[in-house]
Design a protein around this ligand. Structure first.
Ligand code: NAP
Length: 264
């Protein structure tokens, strides 16, 4: 399977994994819809792509404004005639103890990572069902497989994505809809810099673990490979992704290992 001439809509396309995915899909000859809040960064990414300007649609959006999502999907279809792939990648992490985090910060993390994400999928789904094809590529996390220090709301939101999309997959696969859940481990992006602290402000720090992660480009390459293979789920990263397997088969050992990890 190739993405040549496919209409690929990427959220969180202004940096990190989303930007790398835009580069990778452009190399395959896809037509791209680039979404995030920062228009200047989306324009920078668009200029760097190896495809003609008329094959790129910059569509700024805030994932939390879910009431606008159906209108955004309409705009994409008006521009390109259809949507083939929604890469639901935009998200924000967390660096705060649960005991310190007020509920409104938990809700904000849930709004971006869960409700914003599924609202966009619900806006796109009628087009997928009508055309009897379409692919959701959902960027979850290994935090969607187990909890971790300072990630209570983030991990909860990512776990919730698995419940939603595993159900959606069962309900729609007979209508030609494919769902790929991607669980990255440590990827070297600004995720920790942009993560929210207990007071809702940005962490503003590049964590050692994030800095030591694999590149966003390597991550994007593996995401596209998994998507082309029609996989349902893929773990991407370094040795940290082995923790998912250890948790499944040796839960007590997992408990000992995970408690020893540096809390950052
Ligand atoms: N890096 C990792 O180690 C790692 C590991 C596991 C999972 N992930 C997941 O990978 C995805 C991409 O993160 P990244 O690592 O590339 O980090 P990043 O560089 O901080 O990128 C996050 C992206 O999400 C967008 N975004 C954030 N809040 C938004 C909102 N309210 N509305 C619309 N867009 C919003 C940002 O754009 P604007 O600021 O312009 O809106 C940005 O493009 C996230 O879902 C993250 O949870 C990352």
């Amino acid at each position: 399977m190739t993405y040549q001439h496919k209409i690929v809509w990427i959220t969180g396309a202004s940096s990190g994994i989303g930007e790398a995915l835009a580069q990778a899909f452009a190399k395959q000859g896809a037509k791209l819809v680039l979404s995030a809040r920062r228009v200047d960064e989306l324009e920078r990414v668009a200029k760097s792509l190896s495809i003609a300007a008329e094959h790129i649609f910059i569509l700024p959006l805030d994932l939390t404004q879910t009431e606008l999502h159906a209108g955004f999907a309409e705009q994409v279809v008006a521009r390109f005639g259809r949507i083939d792939v929604l890469v639901n990648n935009g998200g924000v992490s967390q660096r705060a103890l649960a005991q310190d985090s007020p509920l409104d910060v938990d809700r904000k993390i849930m709004e971006v990572n869960y409700f914003g994400n599924i609202a966009l999928a619900k806006a796109v789904l009628p087009y997928f069902l009508n055309q009897k094809s379409g692919q959701f590529i959902i960027i979850s996390s290994i935090a969607g497989k187990f909890g971790f220090w300072f990630r209570s709301a983030y991990s909860a939101a990512k776990h919730a994505l698995h419940g939603f999309y595993e159900s959606l997959r069962m309900e729609t696969e007979q209508h030609g809809v494919n769902v790929l859940l991607v669980c990255p481990g440590k990827i070297n992006t600004n995720i920790s810099v942009n993560a929210l602290k207990a007071d809702g402000s940005r962490h503003e720090k590049m964590d050692d673990a994030t800095a030591a992660g694999i590149s966003a480009e390597a991550c994007a390459h593996q995401i596209i490979q998994a998507a082309q293979a029609g996989k349902e789920e893929v773990l991407i990263g370094g040795r940290e992704i082995k923790a998912v397997w250890i948790k499944r088969h040796f839960p007590k050992l997992f408990g000992r290992i995970i408690r020893k990890q540096k809390p950052e």
